[in-house]
Design a protein around this ligand. Structure first.
Ligand code: AHM
Ligand code: MG
Length: 360
């Protein structure tokens, strides 16, 4: 027979169940100011988008016209899935008539989308990847959404260049992601630690599950698409040879950044999506994939790097800029970086010797 709960346990469970996402944001900002209320309301809307997407995903196989591709190619030259479009539209719909966010910029839209009725009130831009890990959609594997909130400096932007967004990642006010896995988890930071919430379907609320997450300084996991081995520069190949030759490493790669990142955030290790010889900038997009996750990992005591620069220091030149990404535990990111540095030094030395042999 199950043991009856003690009053303290009941009190703890009740307190936990009442710590919803919007309440948590206010608690953490330690304020009921208009600004804090606004940020809390934005997070609440993101939570609504997450619930709508989670519901759609959970029934996807049972409904017609939900899975599979559209006929479109997005701004990155990639095929677009029906779920990408659905999720992109969910974010637009939840912020319409909310007075909360003036501009949305996403992986699925070439130019930012203005919600003009909100712009007289709101100073925020939401950057997001509506469905991260699209290749997992049709096989019922974990997926994610990634988001960041930035202050808006431009009120009008006739050419859609969004120049004011082309700033480093330390300008992010908040960032987070939703993981659609066996349960739906939302992780966020407003620059005061990293906190995770689990959707309780019976309440329809995200309830606190981990506060102030700290990533271990080292972990056993390396997460990378090794199918790209021969397309990488020698430095990355050398790092992979190192983990193969040394005990204590284990590989995990799901094809969805959010899932792979979540594991590393909690258990330590490193996720890599380096550039290739043909595509030095890699695959992942800075403003709505790499920078939000970099914001979270730094808050959790870890690091995120391009290999030569901290991700949060990168100033993009365009909205959909890509960047190599090495993210995770401090020591593991440093180790990958040391291979990159050694290789760069060896290359520079070789070049110097070659030049010294060329007659002047
Ligand atoms: P997406 O946002 O279009 O799905 O692309 C990003 C995804 C990441 O989630 C994942 O880490 C990576 O692309 C997987 O790419 P690959 O199949 O080249 O390993
Ligand atoms: Mg993505």
């Amino acid at each position: 027979m199950a043991e009856a709960q003690q009053p303290e346990q009941q009190e703890y469970a009740l307190e936990r169940d009442c710590t919803t996402l919007s309440r948590h944001v206010l608690q953490h900002l330690q304020s009921f100011s208009a600004e804090a209320q606004e940020l809390s309301a934005v997070m609440n809307r993101i939570a609504l988008a997450a619930k709508l997407i989670a519901r759609h995903l959970s029934r996807a196989g049972l409904m017609e016209g939900v899975l599979g591709f559209t006929d479109d190619i997005n701004v990155h030259g990639e095929t677009v899935k029906k779920m990408d479009i659905y999720a992109n539209n969910v974010f637009i719909s939840v912020f319409k008539q909310s007075g909360l966010v003036c501009r949305l910029a996403s992986e699925e839209m070439e130019k930012p989308y203005y919600i003009s009725e909100n712009c007289s009130r709101s100073r925020y831009t939401l950057l997001y990847d509506p469905i991260d890990g699209s290749s997992n959609i049709d096989i019922n594997m974990s997926l994610g959404s990634i988001f960041a909130i930035r202050q808006q400096e431009e009120t009008e932007d006739s050419d859609g260049a969004a120049q004011d967004l082309l700033q480093h990642g330390r300008k992010q006010i908040a960032a987070g992601y939703v993981l659609y896995g066996p349960s739906t988890v939302l992780v966020y930071s407003v620059g005061k630690g990293v906190h995770s919430f689990t959707l309780d379907p019976s309440l329809g609320e995200f309830i606190i599950t981990h506060e102030n997450i700290q990533t271990p300084s080292h972990g056993p996991i390396y997460s990378v698409n090794e199918g790209n081995f021969w397309q990488w520069e020698e430095a990355i190949r050398e790092y992979i040879r190192y983990v193969h030759r040394n005990q204590g490493y284990t590989a995990r790669y799901s094809g969805a950044l959010v899932g792979d990142f979540h594991r590393i955030l909690l258990q330590g290790g490193v996720f890599l999506y380096p550039g290739t010889l043909e595509k030095l900038e890699g695959k992942l997009r800075l403003l709505y994939e790499s920078a939000p996750l970099a914001f979270l990992i730094e808050q959790a005591g870890g690091r995120a790097s391009t290999g030569t620069q901290e991700i949060l220091d990168v100033v993009p030149e365009k909205l959909h800029q890509r960047t190599p990404l090495i993210i995770g535990s401090e020591e593991d990111v440093a180790l990958v970086q040391s291979f990159i540095q050694q290789w760069a030094e060896a290359k520079a030395e070789k070049e110097m010797m070659r030049r010294s042999r060329v007659p002047q």
